[in-house]
Ligand binder design. Structure first.
Ligand SMILES: [Zn+2]
Ligand SMILES: [Zn+2]
Length: 229
């Protein structure tokens, strides 16, 4: 498989200005990979070798079953199940499970082809974000004007940021802006959730909930990087 089988334009993502841009990046890639894996990837033996080995997490199995053809899902599962039974149940006698088999099953429970591909691609895309921030004034403005960064992706950006990936001149500014995008939003959420709780006081009966109305859903999205559906 080519390295960039799924591509997304960074500028378009940051221009959406709707929620966390890395969540939007993640969702776009996820949609593309789910379609790819149950579509054209069926004809790519090198991808099947990896999906047979890694399998998928529950969340992505659900998406694949919901959006992909039944036959593609069955074919993917057929060869994945076969790989597992050959790895774990190759002995004729049913004796105590070997340490390596236990480790194999354990590893499988946290392994997902789609999750791994998305993480790999986001790290790659972040490198472009860091580089762009150092050379493009328009992009710096765009980045500063994001609505917020969710907690997980704030940490993800900071984890993947190193001094070499961004122009030295802009490193501290980038850290400041990135931190503010997360910090300002958590402060706003705190205020909104607080307001929400006060609305149950009889003295506030009939008053407008304003921004606090969806503060529970927005807080969960901020904390888990996922929408409540
Ligand atoms: Zn996010
Ligand atoms: Zn997954």
């Amino acid at each position: 498989m080519k390295e960039n089988i799924c591509t997304i334009p960074i500028n378009d993502i940051f221009k959406m200005s709707d929620g966390c841009p890395i969540c939007n990046m993640h969702n776009m890639l996820e949609e593309q990979y789910v379609e790819f894996i149950t579509g054209s990837a069926m004809m790519a033996p090198d991808v099947r070798v990896v999906t047979n080995k890694k399998g998928f997490c529950h969340h992505h199995y659900e998406k694949m079953i919901k959006h992909g053809p039944r036959l593609s899902n069955a074919l993917l599962l057929q060869t994945h199940l076969d790989e597992i039974r050959n790895a774990v149940f190759k002995e004729k006698s049913n004796t105590i499970l070997s340490k390596s088999s236990l480790e194999y099953i354990d590893k499988l429970s946290t392994s997902c082809y789609v999750c791994d591909r998305i993480e790999h691609d986001i790290i790659h895309l972040l490198k472009t974000v860091f580089a762009q921030y150092g050379i493009d004034e328009e992009f710096r403005k765009l980045y500063k004007n994001q609505k917020y960064l969710c907690l997980e992706h704030f940490a993800f950006i900071m984890k993947n940021l190193n001094k070499k990936s961004i122009d030295k001149k802009y490193l501290s500014e980038f850290c400041d802006v990135t931190t503010s995008l997360c910090k300002n939003y958590i402060n706003a959420l705190y205020d909104d959730v607080t307001k929400f709780t006060t609305m149950f006081d009889y003295r506030n009966a009939g008053k407008d909930f304003e921004n606090s109305k969806d503060s529970i859903e927005r807080s969960v999205k901020f904390l888990t990087a996922k929408d409540i559906t």
